[in-house]
Write a protein that binds this ligand. Structure first.
Ligand code: 9WO
Length: 257
């Protein structure tokens, strides 16, 4: 997989990907990353990348030409080896399609993903319409530019790629990443300020542990993100475990459902 990021702040991208899972993946050549600065594609002596918005108003808009020329190089950079149909150019903005795990799973199949990070009040609309395939949003909020969104997306995709995570971590992802929140985790010490680790986790019965974890994942999803359960068909065991979770809340006398 190759990532290309078009950005006025390439150092921001380079710095952040150097750590952890993404840093290791780059080191091991499991992913390639290049950054492309529109300022390097300007044609005036002041290296101007922005201009005032037509119609007036506050702030500045990124000019078409430096963005376009930077993007052309970014797209070429994959060479002949990347299949044309496995390349996507994505502009990052709050107006975009919401990014979720399903979208990242899809994107992990691409051979090249070009992410365009805007700054200021955004980019000339003609760049989005002519040069970009899609527009993506990581959430309904405004940040100062697309760079942090690009980093979130690259991180999320990288951990899905073959050989990036260890075998056990990958297997783990498959099993509980199916639309549920995570079960709670505990490590030593077993007793902490009167809160002891659930007995099932120290008992060594792996089937019981798996069942408890699934019950917790279902229960926490129901409690914290009921919207995630709306579109999910529970099988008989899952429905049963969720009912158990709810019953146990009633016993503890703190539920109204
Ligand atoms: C800034 C601004 C200032 C005054 C008046 C209007 C304004 N609009 C914006 C604005 O939306 N700036 C954006 C900054 C332009 C595109 C890049 N920026 C951005 C991307 N902010 N937030 C994102 C983003 C990207 C992906 N997912 C969530 C948010």
């Amino acid at each position: 997989m190759r990532f290309d990021v078009v950005t006025l702040f390439p150092e921001m991208i380079k710095a952040a990907v150097a750590f952890g899972v993404t840093g290791k993946a780059l080191e091991r050549n499991l992913v390639q990353l290049s950054v492309w600065n529109p300022r390097d594609y300007t044609q005036d002596r002041h290296r101007t990348v922005d201009d005032r918005p037509y119609g007036g108003g506050p702030g500045m808009v990124m000019k078409y030409q430096p963005l376009h020329d930077a993007l052309m190089d970014a797209k070429q950079s994959g060479g002949e080896c990347v299949k044309m149909d496995a390349v996507k150019v994505v502009y990052l903005s709050p107006q975009g399609k919401p990014v979720n795990q399903a979208l990242l799973n899809e994107a992990a199949q691409l051979s090249q993903l070009v992410l365009v990070a805007g700054r200021y009040e955004g980019v000339d609309e003609r760049f989005i319409q002519w040069d970009c395939d899609e527009e993506w949003s990581i959430g309904d909020y405004v940040i100062s530019g697309g760079e942090l969104a690009a980093l979130v997306i690259m991180d999320g995709i990288t951990r899905l790629l073959p050989h990036v995570l260890g075998d056990d971590q990958s297997a783990n992802q498959d099993s509980y990443n199916d639309g549920l929140l995570e079960y709670p985790h505990f490590t030593r010490p077993e007793h902490l300020a009167g809160w002891s680790v659930p007995k099932v986790l120290t008992g060594g019965n792996h089937a019981d542990i798996a069942r408890w974890r699934l019950k917790q994942a279902l229960g926490r999803t129901w409690q914290k993100r009921p919207d995630l359960l709306k579109n999910k068909q529970l099988d008989a065991e899952q429905a049963n475990l969720l009912q158990q979770f709810k019953n146990e809340l009633d016993v503890k006398g703190c539920s109204d459902e």
